[in-house]
Design a protein around this ligand. Structure first.
Ligand SMILES: [Zn+2]
Length: 240
């Protein structure tokens, strides 16, 4: 190729590639088909539900209130090491897609969405959901640390790969955890205590620190990416 034709092409290629990386915000990725995060600067905490959306209500507990308290405790634990961003800090409703949009303003970050579960009364214990390959290690560490401090672990699903709004749509590594079952009376009694909520927050914090220090090391084979469209409100319930 004559040099006079080569230079405009080179310029165009540079322009296109820089444009592409601007759209993806450097550390962001649509499918999460890459290694897990390490040495990240920011942790985004999403307290599930809020306002008119109470989440699960059982045994005298409201999910929206329990998650708000755990998120505040977790923020206090993490903020000496990370910039901590809260999706909501008061009792108001935030749409799921707005939570994703807010998280997507950050690049060098992970997103943890915190919930508590409801189901048959005998079921107890934590569950952790992820979708992207780059979120597997973080989810596995969170599930492991939560399980280690949870006395009741009856019939729960454990670590689950599922395409949800908060596990598929953010452009950063993201995990949704269910810290236990409000519908299990023994677990609910524990969750009423300040001390147990602090224990859960500490366990989640430990997992986040471990992920930042070690990345995917020691977490075994990372699951292959699955290329599926973003999750939508109209998706059939229970669809993968
Ligand atoms: Zn929930």
């Amino acid at each position: 190729m004559p040099i006079s034709q080569f230079f405009p092409l080179l310029f165009l290629t540079c322009l296109l590639s820089s444009c592409g990386s601007m759209q993806m915000g450097g550390n962001r990725s649509q499918y999460g088909d890459r290694p897990g995060p390490q040495n990240f600067s920011t942790v985004i905490l999403d307290a599930g539900h809020g306002g008119r959306d109470t989440g699960a209500v059982a045994n005298g507990l409201q999910e929206k209130a329990v998650v708000t308290d755990v998120v505040r405790k977790l923020k206090a634990d993490l903020q000496n090491q990370f910039k901590v961003v809260l999706i909501r800090d008061s009792d108001h409703f935030v749409d799921l897609d707005d939570r994703v949009r807010k998280a997507n303003r950050y690049g060098d970050a992970v997103l943890i969405s915190i919930h508590f579960n409801h189901g048959p009364r005998r079921i107890a214990g934590p569950e952790t959901y992820y979708w992207r390959s780059d979120s597997y290690s973080l989810a596995k560490r969170i599930q492991r640390e939560l399980s280690a401090v949870t006395p009741y672990k009856n019939g729960n699903r454990g670590l689950v790969r599922r395409r949800l709004r908060l596990t598929r749509n953010p452009l950063i590594p993201c995990v949704l955890l269910e810290g236990g079952y409000l519908t299990n009376s023994r677990e609910a009694q524990l969750l009423k205590t300040e001390r147990y909520r602090a224990t859960l927050a500490k366990a989640i914090g430990k997992a986040i620190r471990e992920q930042s220090a070690a990345g995917d090391a020691g977490m075994g084979p990372i699951p292959k990416p699955i290329y599926m469209p973003p999750s939508k409100a109209s998706d059939r319930r229970g669809s993968f």
